[in-house]
Design a binder for this molecule. Structure first.
Ligand code: SF4
Ligand code: SF4
Length: 444
């Protein structure tokens, strides 16, 4: 694609990077076929190619973003399905991240948007604030029909209340897990922000699986949100501040006793931490450190796949639909490892039809764009139902929350691996007949 940036504009390294991305697009439109928002609405401006044109115009003109551009960029899920499809290697993620930051700097949003985005940015990345907000959302559940009718923000407040779990999640219980066999690795595992509040059982299960396979998990005090939530809202500096804090802590550990990997159990966070090197490339004090951190960051499934795990300790054989989160398959290009691990643990793994299409979770998307997110959720649940699973496995807390009301228990992949290797049955499966009433396996 031809671009018309001035040489003054191209002195900005971020504009330079975006110009390079724009020039790599050949307008072929292949990406439109796999874009969820284009599939739903059929509007070219809600397709990757349409958004690329909008971003090009916005950046080239150097003028404040318009409401029309913001509408179509806000509707993008950042699912990155377009990146998997694109034959020209267009790095849409970096382009749309730049566009969101540009919008944040140049566009004054209507007050309901400003209010909700400020609240989400203030609450979600901080565990204790998020815990309090969850308690509030639970208390509000009976009032949901009235709240949903509040003009301008009711639908989004209703979506937030819907996403709160039915019961207040219990706090993580610190565990003493002793290593089995010889020491095979030393890692840190990102605790993050929302996941340890919503599902502390995920990292507990991961710790047990790692310990059974001789991997020491080092506790790092002070780490927190990876920065993805605010980064995707265009709050670039806030996102970078979270990144720098984690990098300082992890580099201290890497330069101290050494680390084999930084493990992430939420693929949305993994995509961002693997991108720290790019995000901080122009920061002289952090560029090298960020690269080093990104280079050893792995999704838990990637790491476990390289370990040659011990065989399962109990009979399994249940039918599991594997839902690959967009951040896993498109953001990190991890497709086979989780399924191979589940199969090696004795489960019968089913691919979900239309598995490349987003479930509508996408960070804060399901709260800010509840209508589109609801349509994608219904489509995903219908596709999952076609596999007749006894449970759904995935590797991202956002998808788990989005799909948890679908009638089929949904668990993290590592929770199933933990159970198969001798750990407790995941809570979501305990009441579902998962163990005692296996369903017949249907032919594909
Ligand atoms: S598939 Fe790639 S090159 Fe083709 S229009 Fe989409 S982004 Fe551009
Ligand atoms: S990131 Fe997803 S929603 Fe956004 S343009 Fe690409 S395919 Fe469409």
């Amino acid at each position: 694609m031809q671009t018309n940036f001035s040489s003054a504009q191209l002195t900005d390294p971020q504009m330079q990077a975006s110009e390079k991305i724009l020039r790599s697009c050949v307008h072929c439109g292949f990406c439109t076929a796999t874009c969820p928002t284009y599939l739903l609405g059929g509007d070219e401006l809600d397709s990757p190619r349409g958004r690329i044109y909008l971003i090009k115009d916005m950046l080239e003109n150097g003028k404040p973003a318009t409401g029309e551009v913001v509408k179509h960029i806000d509707r993008c899920l950042s699912c990155l399905s377009c990146m998997t499809t694109c034959p020209s290697g267009v790095h849409y993620m970096h382009l749309v991240d730049h566009a969101r930051a540009y919008i944040e700097q140049t566009y004054v949003r209507p007050w309901p948007d400003r209010l909700l985005r400020s609240v989400l940015g203030f609450v979600l990345p901080h565990r204790e604030r998020f815990r309090l907000a969850l308690a509030g959302a639970l208390m509000m559940k009976p009032l949901r029909p009235f709240i949903a009718r509040i003009p301008a923000i009711g639908a989004r407040l209703g979506a937030m209340i819907d996403l709160a779990p039915a019961h207040f999640p219990s706090r993580a219980v610190p565990q003493n897990v002793s290593l089995e066999g010889g020491l095979r690795g030393r890692v840190v595992m990102l605790e993050g922000c929302a996941q340890p509040v919503l599902k502390p059982a995920i990292n507990e299960a991961a710790r047990r699986v790692l310990a059974r396979n001789g991997v020491e998990v080092v506790a790092v005090k002070g780490e927190g949100c990876c920065g993805a939530l605010v980064h995707h809202m265009g709050r670039e500096q806030d996102g970078l501040a979270f990144a720098r804090r984690n990098i300082d802590l992890w580099i201290a550990e890497m330069d101290g006793r050494g680390l084999d990997a930084i493990l992430i159990t939420a693929s949305g966070c993994g995509t961002t931490v693997k991108d720290y090197g790019f995000m901080l490339r122009n920061d002289a004090a952090y560029a090298d450190k960020a690269q080093r951190v990104s280079a050893i960051t792995k999704d838990i499934s990637q790491y476990l796949a390289g370990l040659d795990l011990a065989p399962p300790a109990r009979a399994t054989g249940q039918v599991i639909a594997y839902h690959s989160a967009c951040s896993m398959q498109h953001g990190q290009q991890i497709r086979d490892e989780p399924k191979k691990l589940l199969k090696a643990a004795g489960f019968i793994v089913k691919d979900v039809p239309e598995g490349h299409i987003c479930c509508g979770s996408a960070g804060t998307y399901n709260m800010m764009q509840p209508e589109i997110a609801g349509q994608l959720k219904a489509r995903k649940l219908a596709n999952i139902a076609r596999t007749r699973p006894q449970a759904v496995a995935t590797g991202n807390i956002g998808c788990m929350t989005q799909l948890s009301s679908g009638g089929v228990p949904i668990v993290h992949t590592v929770e199933l691996l933990d159970w198969a290797s001798g750990g407790p049955l995941p809570e979501a499966l305990a009441q579902s007949g998962f163990v005692h009433q296996p369903e017949p396996v249907l032919a594909e």
